[in-house]
Design a protein around this ligand. Structure first.
Ligand code: NAD
Length: 480
């Protein structure tokens, strides 16, 4: 398979004709050739977006909401293809690609279409004047996304950006370009006006950087690692571009003394190992009250040992590969570091290949790994690994749990598990984090603010926060 950039409604090869390889991390097999585009392609995409902007932004929000529903309908028709493609490109189990990636990619469009229809004009009356808040699009926006939830995270930005009347230049991760290509094919099929959505494939420092630097791109919505986020901020801030940064995490799962282990243990396993621990929201540090620590560890390790790891295309597989051999080596280096720091490997810790994947040196599998005995301040316990590795820690008081939860540079998400929901909610207010779940994890209402504090990001996405990011507001005060 050969994929191309999508510019001005057409699939076209990169101007400098450089291509690169896309492979399946579960077996190392080549799956596609993709563009290694350059700043020249970004220029062409921006030009197309510029031409499309006057007509697209002149539609009413309701007309654009109708387009979002049309996109959702069209994606629905290829839902299984989206899931299969995502599983192939990422190494994630097909069951997750179906229930999470494909489903949510479609519901992102549906949600924003419906949300748009519930918006009321913003009007503030004074005794002698009326204020009307008028929104207009930012213009051309750059969307840069990671590999862990490729179409899910891209559509989370595309839907509100289109809704608010913007034209798009998007760059998906170079590790997972295929479902973005499927989206472009879909938009071409339903005849979204040319130039409204443009896709440029390639490397971050080349295509991504060109998007950040382009003077005609007014806003950047970036999801990725904290280190890259620093580069994004450093480049885009002096150009006064509007910026949304959704970055890394090292999230705490806090288990209080009154928690019911029958529900908590499976909840903590899911929070730790969904998508091989490659979800920014994964609970990779588990803080357990001392009184239940031993019992929790025993049950947690039993459930982790029983997880089915293997061929992502197998319906029963619970954990597939990680994203690449390079990432696998990074994860292994953290497991080595954990041992150096005095940690004890309670489960996993080594490469895992099963069935036909046995002995394939290019299959990026690692067993879900549980580590005890580390200080909560150790590097293993505070740095983002972004893989199937969790550390377990015990605490004795709520204050100590909060201090441990807040001890990293990150502040994206967390969860608290207790039989006393009110106590959980009160404690949640003390966690330095953008999202805290009580007795659940990754339970999402798309109207709510999503984002991180500290080095996990700047700004919020979701519901009205997305609409606000992708628009400019003019307050028009009319004297009576
Ligand atoms: P990454 O930062 O390496 O890459 C993200 C995107 O940025 C890719 O498209 C990449 O090509 C691009 N990029 C790289 N260098 C660039 C540059 N100089 N200029 C512009 N773009 C550049 O991240 P990743 O490895 O793809 O994803 C994993 C990270 O993403 C983890 O840290 C994870 O926590 C984070 N993440 C955060 C969220 C969130 O919502 N907060 C969601 C998913 C993933």
């Amino acid at each position: 398979m050969i994929i191309s950039n999508f510019i001005d409604g057409n699939f076209i090869p990169p101007i400098e004709n450089r291509m690169m390889d896309d492979s399946n991390p579960a077996n190392g097999a080549h799956i596609a050739m993709m563009p290694r585009a350059s700043a020249l392609d970004v220029d062409a995409a921006v030009l197309a977006a510029k031409r499309a902007l006057p007509q697209w932004s002149a539609l009413t929000m309701i007309e654009r909401a109708d387009w979002l529903d049309k996109i959702a309908d069209a994606l629905e028709e290829i839902k299984e293809e989206i899931a299969q493609t995502e599983s192939l490109d990422t190494g994630k189990p097909i069951s997750i690609a179906r229930s999470v990636d494909a489903t949510r990619s479609i519901s992102n469009f549906r949600f924003f279409a419906k949300f748009a229809r519930s918006q009321e004009p913003l009007i503030f009356e004074m005794s002698d004047a009326t204020n009307h808040v008028h929104t207009s699009p930012l213009g051309i926006v750059g969307l840069i996304t990671p590999w862990n939830l490729p179409l899910y995270l891209l559509t989370w930005k595309v839907a509100p950006a289109l809704l608010m009347g913007n034209c798009i230049v998007a760059k998906p991760s170079e590790l997972t370009p295929l479902t973005a290509d499927l989206l472009a094919q879909t938009l071409q099929r339903i005849q979204l006006p040319d130039g409204v959505f443009n896709l440029v494939h390639g490397l971050g420092p080349e295509v991504g950087q060109a998007i950040l630097e382009h003077p005609d791109i007014a806003g950047i919505s970036f999801t990725g690692g904290t280190a890259t986020g620093r580069i994004v901020a450093r480049t885009a801030a002096p150009l006064f571009k509007k910026l949304s940064l959704e970055l890394g995490g090292k999230n705490a799962t806090i288990i209080l003394d009154d928690a019911n282990l029958d529900t908590v243990v499976p909840g903590a396993v899911t929070a730790a190992f969904t998508n091989s621990g490659q979800v920014c929201l994964c609970g990779s540090r588990i803080l357990i009250h001392q009184s239940i620590y031993d019992e929790f560890c025993k049950r947690f390790v039993e459930q982790v040992d029983a997880m089915i790891i293997g061929d992502p295309s197998d319906e029963s597989t619970q954990m597939g590969s990680v994203i690449s051999m390079e990432h696998l080596q990074k994860i292994e280096s953290y497991i080595d570091l954990a041992v150096e720091e005095g940690g004890e490997i309670l489960s996993g810790g080594s490469r895992a290949m099963t069935g036909p994947l046995d002995s394939n040196p290019d299959a990026a599998f690692i067993r879900p790994t549980v580590i005890g005995g580390l200080s909560h301040l150790s590097r293993t316990s505070t740095e983002e690994i972004f893989g199937p590795v969790v550390t377990l820690h015990s605490f004795t008081t709520d204050d100590e749990a909060i201090e441990m939860a807040n001890c990293t540079e990150y502040g994206l998400a967390g969860s608290i598990w207790t039989e006393d929901a009110e106590r959980g909610k009160e404690l949640a207010e003390r966690v330095e984090s953008g999202i805290v779940w009580v007795n659940t994890w990754l339970h999402r209402d798309l109207r709510t603010p999503f984002g991180g504090v500290k080095n996990s990001g700047v700004g919020r996405e979701g519901g009205r926060w997305s609409l606000s990011f992708f628009s400019e507001m003019t307050n028009i005060c009319v004297k009576h």
